[in-house]
Design a protein around this ligand. Structure first.
Ligand SMILES: [Zn+2]
Ligand SMILES: [Zn+2]
Length: 282
């Protein structure tokens, strides 16, 4: 199951993605940041290869010089391809539902209206981007609406802990494997890779107690927890994943505290409040 690929970004499909490209904030992307930060200085661009379903496409990546204009500390990268080029056409085919929906809405709206058209929550589609073992070559995976509806159907009676064990470890749960079909394997991979990236970001420390319990054993046992349970939210975005030691993870699932997002604090039923000693991403 483990592959050389590392998580770069998950992007909701929109008109820009279907036609010309996307912006990649470099925040919190450890492996990708290491790669790109070293090779592409501000204002520079280079050609990259994107692989989608075994086919390769050419695109360009630019380190846009937003930092000075907008006083941003982090670099911002843009991936660009031509509006009627092969990649753009392939994306329109994969994401035919998004393409049709947004095209229709665009025809109906008034001239000059540039508000962003978003798909209804249930029909949103995503693209996942990963680094590969080859330089300047990235892997794209399309998560289409149908993938998500099948996932929803399959996990509706599952337990959160079982699913998360599936994301964190290669745990066999005894039942027919949840993530056995190709469609679901890619969603599991995305979930796991987002978690892996965060584990690296925190150097395998628990965000709640700050410890790396596996360190002296050279064993990385830190886990990714979904703040809004994945079985209900299907939300695997970074900002819904918290890195915890196995103890804190078990305690959260046993005691069922509420997470106060504004204060970034867990409120336990017995009155204990516990914040995050490490946090760079929520
Ligand atoms: Zn902990
Ligand atoms: Zn959890």
């Amino acid at each position: 199951m483990e592959t050389e690929e590392n998580y770069v970004y998950k992007k909701e499909v929109d008109w820009s993605l279907l036609n010309e490209g996307l912006t990649l904030p470099l925040n919190n992307q450890v492996v990708f940041g290491r790669n790109m930060g070293q090779f592409l200085s501000r204002g520079e661009s280079k050609s990259i290869t994107m692989i989608l379903d075994g086919r390769s496409y050419q695109a360009k990546i630019t380190n846009v010089n937003f930092a000075e204009r907008h006083n941003r500390k982090k670099d911002t990268l843009q991936i660009r391809y031509s509006p009627n080029g092969e990649l753009s056409n392939a994306l329109k085919t994969y994401f035919i539902n998004s393409f049709k929906y947004i095209s229709d809405k665009r025809k109906l709206r008034e001239k000059g209206d540039r508000t962003m058209i978003r798909l209804p929550e249930d029909c949103k589609e995503y693209i996942a981007i990963y680094t590969t073992e080859y330089q300047d070559t990235y892997l794209l995976e399309a998560i289409v609406a149908e993938d998500i509806s099948i996932l929803k159907e399959i996990i509706k009676n599952k337990q959160e802990r079982v699913l998360e064990a599936n994301f964190n470890y290669d745990v066999i749960d005894g039942e027919p494997a949840i993530f056995e079909t190709e469609r679901l394997v890619k969603i599991r991979k995305l979930n796991r890779k987002i978690g892996d990236n965060l584990k690296l970001l925190y150097d395998y420390r628990c965000q709640i107690c700050g410890t790396d319990v596996g360190k002296k054993y050279d064993s990385n046992v830190v886990e990714a927890h979904h703040i809004d349970y994945f079985i209900h939210s299907l939300n695997n975005d970074s900002d819904n994943q918290l890195i915890t030691c196995p103890n804190h993870h078990s305690i959260i699932h046993n005691a069922n505290p509420m997470f106060d997002r504004r204060r970034r604090i867990y409120l336990y039923p017995n009155g204990i409040q516990e914040g995050l000693v490490l946090n760079h991403h929520i």
